[in-house]
Design a protein around this ligand. Sequence first.
Ligand SMILES: *[C@@H]1O[C@H](CO)[C@@H](O)[C@H](O)[C@H]1NC(C)=O
Length: 383
Amino acid sequence: MLTLASTFLYALLTNRVLLVDHATDFVDLFCEPFPGSSWVLPSNFPVGNLDSYYASSEKSYGYLLKYKLISEDPEARSDILPGFVFVNLESSYIWDVYDQYFFCDESQITLGKINWLLVKSDVYFLPGLFMLSTFDEELSLMFPSKETVFHHLGRYLFKPSNSVWKLALQYYHSYVAKDNQVVGIQIRDFPWSLMSKENRFNQIMKCGLKENILQPIIRDGSRKTRHLTEDRTGSKAILVISLYKDYYDRMKSFYASSTRLNRPVNVYQPTHEEAQRLKNLSHNEKALAEIYLLSFSDVMITSAWSNFGYVSYSIAGIKPWILLSSKVSKEVDPPCRQVRTLDPCFHVPPTINCKTKRRSKTNWVGPHIRQCEDVNEGVKLVD
Ligand SMILES: *[C@@H]1O[C@H](CO)[C@@H](O)[C@H](O)[C@H]1NC(C)=O
């Protein structure tokens, strides 16, 4: 979704039509956004075997530049340029300085003369378009506010299919909607994390209590009873969105005694798949339904590095607290931080300096580009 929105904006900026190569696990997730037309790449599209294009394949723009098979001379006529090129914007593009030329204005002049671009990406590269001066004027007309770019594009472009929407709404109305306040907690565990589930749960509680999102349970020493502290928001639904049942169990037992109180805390978890299943349609449908379900929350806690969390809070227009992650430690302090802006994080912004054509440590040009709260090397849009 992040990639598609980025590509859609790029297509708008360069007067192109957007066609989507419909992988089989994508077919039933979304409705077509444009009435009377289709964004599905026709099966008779003359360039076949799209899977054969990858970083440094011979039709890639980076490869053509590297071996001087294409000229960036602004005077070059379009009839000496190829009919199509492949643009590699998968996160691996960061390793090849020639692939990174995409984010330089000279390259945009050349690419602008090529009819078809085949774009492959797995990242939210949209903020990179704001680093180019080529699109400055158009972007400032399109988006007076920068932090809501994905918020608007995402709401415009993505219409969940009936099956996905039904999953989200059914769960919402059967459970979550009955409570006065919905706290969504999205927990993404990455394989590189050193934290155990217990560490992670403690982090969530530390964050929730510190930021007054979750209610503490006070132990009353004299009467040895547990009761919740007064909370004026009434009953609370805690919606646990995670691949694992573990966090739901811990949360549920933490608040187990609260059901006898006037202002109960109800803990819900729609699914727990226990593992990520790539290219599995029904798994993806559940994930998308939960992205939308989570977006109905009043308050959100999401996870660092998680595209799932970004999409959900950005579409909702809610600034969440992000559970910070560490690649070197089991403890994170502070446990979480509220995002300053709604824009998702571009994890691998270009490191090329377009003037010298060399790498620089950081090259975050542009008045609307700032470091992400959760990923040191990432950037996002700000007003
Ligand atoms: C897809 O995932 C579901 C769980 O969501 C599982 O029951 C099913 O077996 C998987 N299908 C395939 C083809 O792997």
